[in-house]
Write a protein that binds this ligand. Structure first.
Ligand SMILES: Nc1ncnc2c1ncn2[C@@H]1O[C@H](COP(=O)(O)OP(=O)(O)OP(=O)(O)O)[C@@H](O)[C@H]1O
Length: 718
């Protein structure tokens, strides 16, 4: 084996292993696949690119550092290769240029910590967590505080100098006017400089903290159970990452602004005013938290409605639904306006009351101070300083009121984030798998890792999952299931089915019988409420969901593509591996997609638009098949994969599917019975059970439901 062969093989380690371990019949095809790759590796510098060595060629390569080829076979190189695991797979050919695609680096340590924290803690945002995020920025905080102190000193000295200025003007000052004015000028210059240092440092710290918080929440959302996504709309969830967190940011910055105006001199007076303000705020708080909460909810609904309308724009157009969407949006905009107005009124009432407190203080100062100046007991300068300080105090109090007002908004936001992202909805089996992988790639010792505390003892190793899936039958044994949001309606009631290894099983039946539900259980989007699903006799719940997802490929009627290039969409079949362009081309060729792809304006680098909207249904379907081919998983589920296609596309897609199904345990769901008549066995699903099972000929001969379905479709069989 040449060095290049070794490199290519190592890079494809994961996929090859799956093939080697498993009992796939199609050994020959896999060998061909590898030989072709090796040939390619020997011909070009592609292998260097494959392993992240593109830096050598002046390319920007995903992901991670360059690994010298000769190192790949030894253990230390394998460790280094683990860094290559990042959520990016597709490498453009050298011709695409160094910046063809951005490189998303993954901070595995932070991600592992976040996932582990999500498993362990019930609240998504805790003040202790925010504090922990702040602590690495201690040096910057110290600089900020020093700047704050300097700035406060300048601010608090200003009224004193104003007083002296008036004294000098009326001829009672001891200092020459020019000297006084130059001191004031220095003060006025330094104050904004210190302010800039303070604000810039605080902004940098907070942007960093907010970015981490956002990542934490995104990760937490991603590991929720499927029911969570049934329950919450997209806008609501994206709102958590934008507006709700935005509120959190403003309060923390605001709190620091209070410090900005604190001083020992003014502490008693400020303290007194703060007590009055706190009392006012406390009185308001009870009534305003719900208002803030409903404000957040309406805001989320608005973004929800907008994103839903735009993503379903074709449906809106075809039904002439513009008026309806506009009125829905207008109603929400009105509700948002009302809620905003209510909030504004409450805020201003709160602020006005505080001002009243300040103005009363000022009036007292004018009356008492004025009479003392008249009586000659107080100098004009001191009186001017007092007035200056009172205004300083006014700013301070207003800042405090705004901050406390924001605090109420923040309480509501944190409450909202935490109530939506409750710990019960975390999918432990998925979170465990993810935490384990992240800790592994971070080099964490597993026995002490956080992931270890959960599921570790119960779950099987990844190699056994792949081995069993390649070699064993799948059994659905007495499966009962109700969707969590409709727990009173039983969709499957005691369904038994054996899906034979390496063969094609078709699942047919009337609409609503539960066929797609079986798919969702096999994909483990949901778990059966009773009964179990086994592979080679092993309950599939003993595998973590990340591992299970690698052994199951799903191609459905309307495959969703990401709004990136065609090549990147195919490479998503192996999202954690480094995939060469040649592998992608080969998968595309096998999926009958290569020809149409190269005829696109930028070939494999053509962007597919949102959800793949710039491609036809048949083209999307073939890209999805190429993606599944690249994934090379032992279990394949086709849910109405050809039902949306015209005859030409269907032929092309069907050919691609036949290629894909070869040697895999396949479950095919189809309404059009002509597409499943050659399946090894056909199961008729009815009322959440398997009513009939056999080959096409057997079922037609038995004259049961299948035969009548065939009759209904008036197909000319045999
Ligand atoms: N996420 C969900 N939450 C609640 N109920 C659901 C959900 N998905 C499907 N259902 C319900 O489950 C039942 C079975 O649906 P399923 O999609 O499995 O049927 P099907 O046999 O695949 O139908 P079709 O052939 O029309 O696709 C239906 O009554 C449907 O309303």
């Amino acid at each position: 084996m040449t060095a290049v062969h070794r490199r290519v093989n190592s890079a494809n380690q994961g996929r090859i292993k799956r093939g080697e371990r498993g009992g796939i019949d199609d050994e020959e095809e896999r060998d061909r696949f590898l030989v072709e790759e090796n040939e390619w590796g020997g011909r070009s510098r592609g292998a260097a690119t494959l392993l992240g060595g593109g830096d050598e060629l002046g390319l920007r390569v995903w992901p991670g550092p360059y690994v010298p080829m000769r190192d790949v076979d030894n253990a230390s190189a394998r460790n280094r290769l683990s860094h290559l695991k990042a959520p990016r797979a597709y490498i453009s050919a050298p011709a695409s240029g160094p910046d063809a695609y951005p490189s998303p680096a993954l901070d595995a340590a932070a991600a592992a910590a976040d996932v582990a924290a999500a498993i362990a803690s019930s609240d998504a945002v805790t003040w202790a967590g925010v504090w922990a995020l702040l602590s690495p920025h201690r040096a910057r905080i110290a600089v900020s505080l020093a700047a704050l102190l300097a700035c406060t000193t300048c601010t608090l000295s200003m009224p004193l100098f104003s007083g002296r200025f008036f004294e000098t003007l009326i001829g009672r000052g001891s200092e020459p006017l020019w000297r006084l004015l130059s001191k004031i000028a220095v003060l006025y210059t330094l104050e904004p400089i210190f302010t800039i240092v303070f604000v810039i440092n605080m902004t940098v710290i907070w942007e960093k903290v907010m970015a981490r918080l956002r990542s934490q929440i995104f990760r937490r959302i991603l590991i929720q159970k499927m029911v969570f996504f049934d329950r919450h709309k997209v806008g609501e969830l994206t709102g958590l990452l934008t507006s709700d967190l935005g509120t959190l940011k403003s309060v923390i910055t605001g709190t620091l602004c209070i410090l900005f105006t604190l001083s020992t001199e003014l502490a008693p007076v400020l303290g007194l005013l703060m007590v009055s303000v706190s009392v006012l705020v406390a009185l308001f708080k009870r009534s305003t938290v719900p208002t803030f909460k409903s404000y957040g909810i309406v805001q989320a609904r608005i973004s929800d409605t907008a994103s839903e309308t735009f993503s379903a724009i074709r449906t809106v157009r075809s039904f002439g639904g513009e008026k309806r969407q506009i009125s829905m949006f207008d109603n929400l905009a009105l509700a948002f306006q009302n809620s905003g107005t209510k909030l504004g009124v409450l805020k201003s009432a709160n602020e006005s009351l505080t001002r009243v407190v300040v103005y009363v203080s000022l009036m007292a100062l004018y009356v008492l101070g004025g009479s003392k100046v008249n009586a000659g007991k107080l100098s004009v300068g001191t009186m001017a300083s007092f007035i200056g300080y009172t205004f300083t105090l006014t700013f301070a109090v207003q800042g405090a009121v705004n901050t406390l007002g924001d605090l109420r908004g923040t309480f509501a936001s944190v409450e909202r984030i935490n109530s939506i992202l409750s710990a019960e909805d975390v999918d432990d089996s998925l979170a465990y798998g993810l935490a384990k992988e992240l800790e592994d790639s971070n080099g964490a010792v597993h026995e002490n890792g956080t992931a270890n505390k959960h599921y570790m003892s119960a779950l099987k190793s990844s190699s056994s999952c792949s081995n069993l899936a390649w070699s064993g039958d799948i059994h659905l044994e007495g499966v009962h299931f109700s969707y969590p949001l409709r727990s009173d309606v039983e969709i499957l009631n005691g369904l038994d089915l054996t899906i034979e290894c390496g063969k094609i099983t078709a699942l047919v039946g009337p609409s609503g019988a539960g066929k797609s539900t079986v798919v969702q259980l096999l994909a483990r989007y949901y778990e059966p409420t009773h009964g179990r699903i086994t592979v080679a006799g092993e309950d599939i719940r003993v595998f973590d969901k990340r591992e299970w997802s690698r052994v199951v490929s799903l191609v459905n009627q309307d495959p969703v593509l990401f709004s990136v290039s065609v090549g990147e969409n195919i490479a998503y079949g192996l999202p954690d591996d480094v995939v060469s362009k040649d592998e992608i081309i080969k998968a595309a060729k096998a999926a009958n997609a290569h020809e149409f792809i190269v005829s696109l304006p930028q070939g494999y680098d053509t962007l597919v638009g949102e959800r793949g909207s710039l491609l036809s249904g048949g083209q999307r379907q073939r890209i999805a098949i190429a993606r599944a081919l690249l994934k090379n998983s032992p279990i394949l589920i086709l849910d109405e994969a050809t039902s949306a296609l015209d005859t030409t596309s269907e032929r092309l897609v069907q050919e691609a599917l036949n290629h894909l199904m070869k040697g895999r345990t396949s479950l095919v769901i189809a309404h059009r019975l002509s597409t499943v008549q050659n399946a090894h066995q056909i199961a008729v699903c009815s009322d959440g059970k398997i009513a009939e099972l056999g080959t096409h000929a057997e079922l037609v001969a038995s004259g049961g439901r299948y035969a009548s379905l065939v009759g209904t479709q008036r197909l000319a069989f045999e």
